[in-house]
Design a binder for this molecule. Structure first.
Ligand code: SAH
Ligand code: SF4
Length: 345
């Protein structure tokens, strides 16, 4: 039997084209999208508003893939981490983060990460492969179904394992499904793509018309300092320039993420340089005190240093939030994904 085509992960346009290609009307694509994402259905035979012969035909030529949850960890703070097994046996992690106002799912875009930042557990894992759009969107669907919050998830952040901008061909259809009226009907302001800063790809995303929010993991204030902790595709100036273009083009504020690491990037001079670097970019700063994991070599700064850094930003009219790290007890916080396997070795 020839390989069945996976209909999960296809954008609305592609799915409509698929149905036209098999001699059906385009609206069949929209109907099937509703079944996949609104009802979480993966069996064509149960799609009761399709004619029976079409249901049978689809079962023969197409499929709807499902990633398999193999581990689930519940944090004392309400967040949950899921480990999913993919068809080829690879594993990825996704995190559900509820607060009073929003229910967020953090999704992975790659198995491991090719960038290899020195402070990140995922980076230390190495890189295996890109995820497909089906595997990306399914993390959102399955996390919703498993937590009983399907249909009530308000935000999606592309901040799990991997670098989303190195997998834009698959990330873009996943975003289109999040936005579609026949998918998850999310507003683009509730979707955030986080990147280590690849200018060329930031321009591509800005020009895509998707208008999702962008987070840029700056993490340093001089090129020399940045190179010590993360391999870079560009200079800080080039990254800031791309971020500025993104903000102007999409009319959305950019978030600069800044992992505060003791003795590396946490001085008052850093705060001053950071304020200077981003002053012309419509932006805010997320300060993330470094999260430790089993083989980590760094420490977070003490609270006094963190607050001093933030105070300098605020005094200079820069919105700077100290990001509380959720799910630390289950290794679900920023930079900790994939750290359990490392611990076992
Ligand atoms: N690859 C993308 C998205 C995934 S990483 C990126 O780098 O932006 C998500 C965030 O976690 C980034 O802002 C990264 O700087 C941060 N991070 C990585 N390791 C961390 C650690 N040990 N402690 C705190 N934040 C960390
Ligand atoms: Fe990859 Fe982001 Fe981790 Fe760096 S911080 S290794 S880019 S996942």
């Amino acid at each position: 039997m020839s390989e069945r085509l996976n209909l999960k992960g296809m954008s609305q346009k592609r799915l409509e084209e698929f149905f036209v290609g098999i001699g059906e009307k385009p609206y069949r694509g929209r109907q099937v999208m509703k079944w996949i994402y609104t009802h979480g259905e993966s069996d064509f035979l149960k799609m009761t508003d399709l004619p029976v012969p079409l249901r049978e035909k689809l079962s023969e030529i197409a499929k709807i893939s499902v990633i398999k949850p193999v581990e689930r960890y519940c944090s004392g703070d309400g967040s949950e981490k899921f480990v999913f097994e993919l068809e080829d046996g690879e594993r990825i992690e996704s995190v559900y983060i509820p607060t009073e106002e929003r229910k967020t799912v953090c999704v992975s875009t790659q198995v491991g990460c090719p960038i290899g930042c020195d402070f990140c557990a995922t980076g230390l894992l190495g890189y295996r492969r890109n995820l497909t759009s089906a595997e990306i969107i399914d993390q959102h669907l399955q996390a919703g179904l498993l937590t009983g919050m399907h249909g009530a998830i308000t935000n999606v952040v592309f901040m799990g394992m991997g670098e989303p901008l190195l997998n834009l061909d698959e990330v873009i259809p996943a975003i289109e499904i999040l936005l579609s009226n026949f998918g998850f009907e999310l507003s683009s302001r509730r979707i955030t793509v986080s990147t280590c800063g690849i200018p060329e790809k930031i321009y591509n995303l800005a020009d895509s018309g998707l208008r999702v929010k962008l987070a840029v993991s700056l993490n340093a204030t001089t090129d020399a300092q940045r190179e010590k902790i993360m391999p870079s595709f560009a200079t800080i100036d080039e990254i800031i320039k791309a971020a500025k273009y993104y903000a102007q083009k999409t009319r959305r504020w950019v978030t600069f993420e800044y992992v505060l690491i003791r003795g590396i990037n946490d001085s008052l001079s850093d705060a001053k340089r950071l304020a200077g670097l981003i002053k012309d970019v419509p932006s805010k700063v997320n300060l993330i005190p470094y999260n430790k994991f089993s083989v980590s070599k760094y420490e977070p700064p003490d609270m006094k240093t963190i607050l001093r850094f933030q105070a300098y930003m605020l005094e200079n009219q820069i919105t700077a939030i100290i990001r509380e790290s959720r799910g630390q007890d289950i290794f679900a916080a920023c930079g900790q994904l994939g750290s359990k396997p490392v611990e076992k070795i």
